[in-house]
Design a binder for this molecule. Sequence first.
Ligand SMILES: C[S@@+](CC[C@H](N)C(=O)[O-])C[C@H]1O[C@@H](n2cnc3c(N)ncnc32)[C@H](O)[C@@H]1O
Length: 292
Amino acid sequence: MHIPVLKEEVMQYLNPKRNENFIDCTIGEGGHTFAILEKTGLSGRVLGIDKDNRNIKLVKDKAKQNNFSNRLIAKEDNYINLKKIVQKEKFSKVSGFLFDLGMSSWHIDSSKRGFSFQKDEILDMRYSIKDELTAWDIVNSWPPEEIESILKSFAEEKFSKKITSAIISRRKIKKIDTAIDLAEIIKNIFPKIKKIHPATKTFQAIRIAVNSELQNIKKALPDAIEILEEGGVISIISFHSLEDRIVKTFLKQSEEITVITKKPVVPSPKEIINNARSRSAKLRVAIKNKTK
Ligand SMILES: C[S@@+](CC[C@H](N)C(=O)[O-])C[C@H]1O[C@@H](n2cnc3c(N)ncnc32)[C@H](O)[C@@H]1O
């Protein structure tokens, strides 16, 4: 099960009230969405989006069990299509947005898509199995310059050249099929590094490339501001520095909003003890300015 990150803090900032509407761009298993729906009866609705069909099915089932079906619209889609989805659903008067970026615990633990470097699973890393590009394609067929480039720009990997040449040498002999295969190739270059697995950044970069994560968030944030009601709240949880930089810069530069988190909100020590995966989370929040 995915434990929702910074749930109390997100709820404080979104402050959902009766009959208000919200958009959860990354509904996942619905941890934040159901907390919002609890507060927005009798007619407040949530439009929830997720690329992963498994999560959409799951939240629809949960909504049925908890009598929320009539107030939850769950869409299997990429939030990059936010404007189109909102138009199609005629969803309006949006009091708040949530983006809880990246992957869910299910993706790492149970999806069997090679997100974890500890697992003997085919290198896939897609959030939507309907997408074409997989991690396998990247490591086994991309030219070295492109692999090196994503390692640098999506993970700031200092050893991008070394790692790329190890990948290229190995794939000439045998295809790199599984997450463990890839992790081992990188581990063999840095046998002495023990604290953080030396493949951590490579896995991050490949996952970001497979799912176009940085492009998606760059496109969706201005669209969300356009859709948001004046006085409405936009909240974004990011999990690594590149993502957070994009969010921070956007919020700072956008003239239509006022940032209300001077510093990013981070999980309490208690939350980190209960859920180690929350440790790198950063929440930033802004309010859409009123024009009158
Ligand atoms: C961190 S999880 C969200 C967890 C959720 N807040 C909860 O508490 O259960 C992020 C989710 O966003 C989805 N996702 C990632 N990129 C997406 C995109 N571009 N469009 C739609 N969903 C996306 C993933 O499939 C994943 O389920």
